[in-house]
Design a protein around this ligand. Structure first.
Ligand SMILES: [Zn+2]
Length: 146
């Protein structure tokens, strides 16, 4: 099987994830792997670590350590993260292509971080992805308190 993704330096932020070959819309790319955390448990937050923590819909989470955790955020993403319930009811998360992607394109998904404070959302989690419709934060706009 040909490798679908590669990791290399991104012009957006640190390392990024890129298409190793042309990808089709809807293609399953890579699993979001890492240390699992139970409901309400969070890893100790390092300077950079917090953006690697993926909160799942059942309240558990994954502190990403694999390649998938290298994928950067964009407000105009070409990928999305989808959950699937695996054996024993454990949720697994995968990166999927939202549209056809050319080899060499950076793979980006919309983090929609659960940040409630408007101030933090637009300072600590400000977005500079450069998309025409960049909303200015990596946070989920629906969860920010008014
Ligand atoms: Zn943006």
């Amino acid at each position: 099987m040909t490798r679908k993704v590669i990791a290399r330096k991104s012009r957006l932020h640190g390392m990024g994830l890129f298409a190793a070959r042309d990808l089709k819309a809807g293609e399953r790319l890579i699993e979001y792997k890492g240390r699992r955390y139970g409901k309400g448990e969070y890893p100790e937050m390092g300077d950079d670590g917090v953006t690697k923590f993926l909160g799942l819909s059942d309240g558990t989470g994954i502190d990403g350590t694999g390649w998938a955790a290298l994928a950067n955020h964009s407000c105009d993403p070409n990928c999305e993260l989808q959950e699937e319930t695996g054996r024993g009811g454990r949720i697994r998360a995968w990166l999927f292509a939202l549209r056809d992607i050319r080899a060499g394109e950076e793979l980006l998904w919309d983090y929609r971080l659960d940040i409630r404070s408007r101030k933090a959302a637009y300072s600590d989690w400000a977005c500079r992805c450069g998309a025409d419709d960049c909303r200015g934060t990596m946070a989920d706009p629906k969860r920010i308190r008014r």
